[in-house]
Design a protein around this ligand. Sequence first.
Ligand code: NZQ
Ligand code: ZN
Length: 381
Amino acid sequence: MQNFTFVNPTRIIFGKAVVAKLGPEAAKAGKKALFVYGGGSIKKNGVYDVIMESLARNGVAVTEHAGVKPNPALSHVQAGIAKARAAGCDLVVAAGGGSVIDEAKAIAAGAMYEGDVWDFFCGKAEIRQALPLFTALTLPATGSEMNAGCVVTNEVTAQKYSAHSPALFPRVSALDPETTLTLPREQVAYGAVDSIAHIIEGYFTTRDADAEVTDEIVHALARSVVASTLRILKDPADYNARASMMWSATLALNGLATCGYGGTSFINHAIEHSLSAIYDIAHGAGLAIVMPAWFRHHLETAGPARLEKFGAAVFGVSGAAETIAAFEDFFRRAGAPVRLAEAGIPAEDIPKISANAMGLIRLWGMKHEQPEIEKILRLAV
Ligand code: NZQ
Ligand code: ZN
């Protein structure tokens, strides 16, 4: 088990009717909020009204920035920064899934920076400060509600890159599982796949495979995601399954699931980001295609030990090939595509996808070359 530092300053308020608590929390930080949200799901499920009322009751004025799209676009982030500056906003409130929270983070940092916000994503500048951020999560998946990262797509260059800084941790995140009851079935599936991806990346790429406590945290989170998802798909009104899923997804990428691993890689994500950058597919859909292929590559290059351990603990199967089959079976049962063609992506595009992935691989300092990425993608045909 390697040395590590674990810090997570985000205050989580979890449970029924907690979104109304954001107003008093936001009022401690400022008087003028930029309220960031997406294509309107929060108007349908009531979250919008609860936030507007809670902010008004606590004396916080609101400027709205609506229309964040899944895989948030740089131009919309830049528009949000201009709005926040023009209105003199001193805090940001976000309500929605990972795309909304990520865009809100980019705006919060960009509003306090003189240059172009893309500088943070392409490695030209570091985020040193950001407006305080308050979130209401409505889609368990990305962990953005309790982590220090955000992902934005430069739609001109088709680069889907990330920025990270302790300044990006949300101050407070309200997690009400009831707000997830309106999720379309496919978003439930993609959220489950993304959560699984977050917990397996570290487990399978660790430099130190003898950190039993973290292995067991990973097993427990994966078992919870699988069981909760199957319960939700069977009965979408199952509150306790929604609640377990929501908390599992948050814990999957808040730093807990890699403690002691001493250096891990986010290779499945690096490859997936090129799929969602080029084809604008859901992040979880892309991961369900990449992961089974990468597992086959991992088995060939790193051997069966980790796959066998994970499979026995999470799926109750013995054997590395059986573990890969169990992953794939779960993704399929959830309703996610597991091959490129199932998402309408032609195999002829593999060189283009791999070339795009190399941008992020270099930026993240990972040691992979394009032929290896092409080989992995060919396993997804
Ligand atoms: O836009 P609205 O109307 O809100 O609709 C959204 C969107 O269409 C809808 N939705 C969200 N909550 C809902 C709902 N519909 C009904 N009821 C609800 N309660 O779901 C659709 C997808 O939303 P999105 O935010 O795009 O999904 P997700 O949470 O999966 O976020 C994906 C983005 O996060 C990035 C991904 O790359 C992608 O851009 N990631 C962010 C990470 C981070 N910050 O740490 C890590 C991840 O690995 C990931 O890369
Ligand atoms: Zn992810």
